[in-house]
Every structure is written in C-alpha cells, then in structure tokens.
Design a protein around this ligand. Structure first.
Ligand SMILES: Cc1ncc(CN)c(N)n1
Length: 215
C-alpha cells in the first residue's frame, strides 16, 4: 500500500466527513446560502496566506530542483488565478474590507498554527503531510461535482474547477509522490510524527467545513 493511502485510511471518519461535506454538496448544487460562502471565503483567504508560506517552505526543502518544480508551478497558480478568484468573489458577494478581514475562527487559527509549525520544523515530510491533506481533500470533494453545473455563479463554479481536473490531479499526485518517497527513509519516530501531522490536518479540514456550514 502507498504510504499516503495508509495515512488516508488512518484519518478514517475525519477524511470521509471532510470529502463529503454538505457544505460542498450545496456549493455544487448552487443551494449554499451566500452568507455561509461569505464566511468561508473570508476565513479561507487567511488560510491561503499561510498556505503560500508553507508551500514556499516545502519548495525550499525539496531535495532537488526537479522535486521542487511542480510545487513552484502550483505556487504560481495559488498566487495567480486562485488569488484573483478570492478578490473577484469578495466583490461579487458585496464583501467590504471588514467582512473580508473577519477575525480568524478556531479552525482557521488551528490551521494557521499547524502550517506555521510544519514550516518552522524544517522537515520536508511534515510540510508534505499538511500539503497532501489540504490538496487531496479538495480534489476528493471537487472531482465528483466537476464539471460544475452550467448555471452556477463563478464563485461556486470556479471553486470546483480550481480543485479538479487533470492539472490539479497532477498536483496531488506530485505531492503524494514526494511524501511516499520521503516516507521510505524515515525512522519509526519520524513516521509517527508524520501520521500525527496528517491526522491533525484532516481533523482541521473537517472542522473548517463544519464551522463554515454553521455560520
Ligand atoms: C482549509 C482549506 N484546505 C484546503 C484548501 C485547498 N487549497 C483550501 N483552500 N482551504
């Protein structure tokens, strides 16, 4: 079994809940209340700011240039089309500066702390553990609802297309591949630290949807 399949199976119910959440089902149906989407976008933009730092740290710790290139290309996507998606959505949904800069909710704070911890560890495998969860969870919920329904507004449709399709599948496969290879050379202690990091991230993904859906 691939190490990343082993990690996913450890995440159990949190993984299932994070990839089949009613927030995502309603987003894809176009029935998600806009206030929940506004709340989610404001929180998630804060997540993305710290995600960029973590991804940049992983690039800096990749063993070779070849290992870093797909991550560097993905970084350009997050800071390009994904960043402008947020800015266009804020405008379309009438979110002023105050709404965009809402105080971070507990799952946002938890994720920000986890990402900062992984980046500060200086350990590639711990950075990858968080990155794999974040992108694999999103690929898993978005793939079954891609392509989006034609009538969906862009702030729903593009959140699906940014996280599904061949290009994004390649990103997740690359991140998983990096963690799979790195895993082979880890001690038992380091493997158990990766497991803990992966499980914390999966729990936070679930909590992030729960908090957004409850908003
Ligand atoms: C909380 C969270 N997790 C993952 C992703 C995917 N980029 C995201 N935007 N937000």
């Amino acid at each position: 079994m691939r190490p990343t399949d082993h990690l996913r199976s450890l995440a159990g119910d949190d993984w299932i809940a994070a990839t089949t959440h009613p927030f995502c089902t309603e987003l894809a149906d176009g029935t998600l209340p806009l206030d929940k989407m506004r709340w989610y976008l404001a929180q998630d933009y804060q997540f993305v700011g710290n995600f960029v730092r973590l991804l940049a740290s992983a690039i800096a710790h990749a063993p070779t240039l070849a290992d870093s290139v797909p991550a560097a290309q993905f970084l350009a996507l997050v800071t390009g089309p994904e960043n402008t998606y947020f800015l266009r959505s804020f405008e379309a949904l009438g979110m002023d500066e105050a709404a965009q800069n809402a105080p971070p909710a507990p799952p946002t704070e938890g994720f920000n702390a986890l990402m900062a911890e992984a980046a500060a560890s200086g350990r590639y495998e711990l950075m990858l553990a968080v990155l794999v969860v974040a992108e694999w969870v999103y690929l898993s919920w978005a793939t079954p609802v891609n392509p989006p329904k034609e009538e969906l507004p862009f702030y729903f449709a593009e959140w699906i297309t940014l996280h599904a399709g061949e290009g994004f599948e390649g990103v997740v496969e690359y991140l998983r591949g990096q963690l799979d290879i790195t895993w082979d050379s880890l001690s038992d202690t380091a493997r158990s630290e990766v497991e803990t990091m992966f499980l914390r991230a999966a729990k936070l993904e679930r909590a992030f949807w729960d908090a957004s859906y409850a908003a």
